[in-house]
Ligand binder design. Structure first.
Ligand code: HEM
Ligand SMILES: *[C@@H]1O[C@H](CO)[C@@H](O)[C@H](O)[C@H]1NC(C)=O
Ligand SMILES: *[C@@H]1O[C@H](CO)[C@@H](O)[C@H](O)[C@H]1NC(C)=O
Ligand SMILES: *[C@@H]1O[C@H](CO)[C@@H](O)[C@H](O)[C@H]1NC(C)=O
Ligand SMILES: *[C@@H]1O[C@H](CO)[C@@H](O)[C@H](O)[C@H]1NC(C)=O
Ligand SMILES: *[C@@H]1O[C@H](CO)[C@@H](O)[C@H](O)[C@H]1NC(C)=O
Length: 263
């Protein structure tokens, strides 16, 4: 009876998609066409695919970014302004007032090695979705609900494989802070920001399609996302990246029986 539940949700979501955000703006999903810019951020690409950002991926001003993060994801303006401040260095012009999505592609500025869904620049294209890389990432997502441990494991595993096999591997402490935010970003957008969990199906759909998972029943969260929300989330992932445990913790507590890596 899946259809009787999903079909009305889908239709309702389609209607909502047309009405939240700025009046008169069409938020239908349309992938990038020739001449449109996209970059290494699956969410910025997604927001452009839905018209929350300019569909051509160009000339993203502070106002554009703040509105898109509010209308698409319910980020508060303080948080969105901080994110814009961190991103504007991507435009090489002095005192730039906008950046474009292809500015974000510059290797080792904001874009970095060991991404979840992009190749290291050393091995190939550093900004388009790469299924091989994403399959490596999600092989660590061992259940239908992603936890902080699973997300952290995939992050550490990607770093380990880059560190081992990419002779140009760079990953600074500044990268680490961005990386923690990126790894937990799907929880912020689609999951439970207290428990730090998210439905794996929604996350895979988002990465693979660069599309908001509206047709899977997702709607924009009602609670505003603040810097505190992000700090709680990144701290939880940071803790989960530790490879030591306390003496009482034991692997037998873990529910997973699936081990795609070691038999
Ligand atoms: C001003 C806003 C934003 C900018 C400029 C931005 C920029 C970037 C950049 C440059 C990367 C590439 C890092 C890498 O090499 O892996 C990235 C990755 C990522 N971003 Fe964003 N981002 C923004 C907002 C968001 C938001 C709001 C979300 C979701 C809530 C998000 C989700 C992600 C994810 C999941 C990745 C990791 C992709 C991967 O590892 O393959 N971003 N972002
Ligand atoms: C928009 O961005 C392009 C670079 O992609 C730049 O050449 C152009 O001047 C910008 N236009 C405005 C109105 O800022
Ligand atoms: C950049 O902005 C600063 C402060 O507003 C100003 O002093 C400086 O002259 C500007 N530089 C350029 C190249 O426009
Ligand atoms: C995808 O990533 C793999 C592993 O880094 C790489 O070998 C392959 O060339 C990449 N594909 C593209 C199209 O960049
Ligand atoms: C995750 O979302 C999908 C699509 O809405 C749904 O079918 C599935 O039951 C959800 N999984 C869990 C564990 O809630
Ligand atoms: C992370 O670990 C530290 C030290 O064990 C702990 O004090 C802190 O509360 C933890 N943070 C979160 C968000 O779990």
């Amino acid at each position: 009876m899946q259809f009787s539940l999903l079909a009305p949700t889908f239709l309702f979501a389609q209607v909502l998609g047309q009405t939240y955000g700025h009046p008169g703006v069409d938020h239908a999903w349309v992938p990038a066409g020739p001449g449109d810019f996209r970059g290494p951020c699956p969410m910025m690409n997604t927001l452009a695919n839905h018209g929350f950002l300019q569909r051509d991926g160009r000339n993203i001003t502070r106002e554009n970014a703040v509105n898109a993060l509010k209308d698409g994801l319910n980020f508060n303006p303080t948080l969105a302004n901080i994110m814009f401040d961190q991103a504007i260095i991507a435009n090489p012009e002095p005192n730039a007032s906008y950046f474009t999505l292809d500015h974000l592609n510059k290797h080792n500025l904001l874009e970095h090695d060991a991404s979840l869904s992009r190749s290291d620049a050393y091995f190939g294209n550093n900004h388009v979705f790469n299924q091989t890389v994403f399959d490596e990432t999600r092989s660590w997502w061992e259940g239908p609900v992603l936890t902080a441990d699973m997300l952290a494991n995939s992050k550490v595993a990607r770093q380990l494989s880059s560190k081992a096999f990419n002779p140009t591997y760079v990953f600074t402490l500044v990268t680490e802070e961005f990386s923690l935010g990126e790894v937990v970003a799907p929880v912020i957008a689609f999951g439970d920001t207290d428990a730090i969990t998210v439905n794996r199906t929604l996350v895979e759909y988002f990465f693979e399609n660069e599309r908001l998972p509206t047709e899977l029943g997702w709607t924009r969260r009602e609670e505003v996302v603040s810097l505190d929300t992000i700090h709680h989330a990144t701290d939880t992932i940071r803790n989960a990246t530790r490879l030591y445990t306390d003496p009482k913790s034991s692997l037998s507590k873990r529910k997973s029986s699936r081990n795609p890596h070691f038999g």
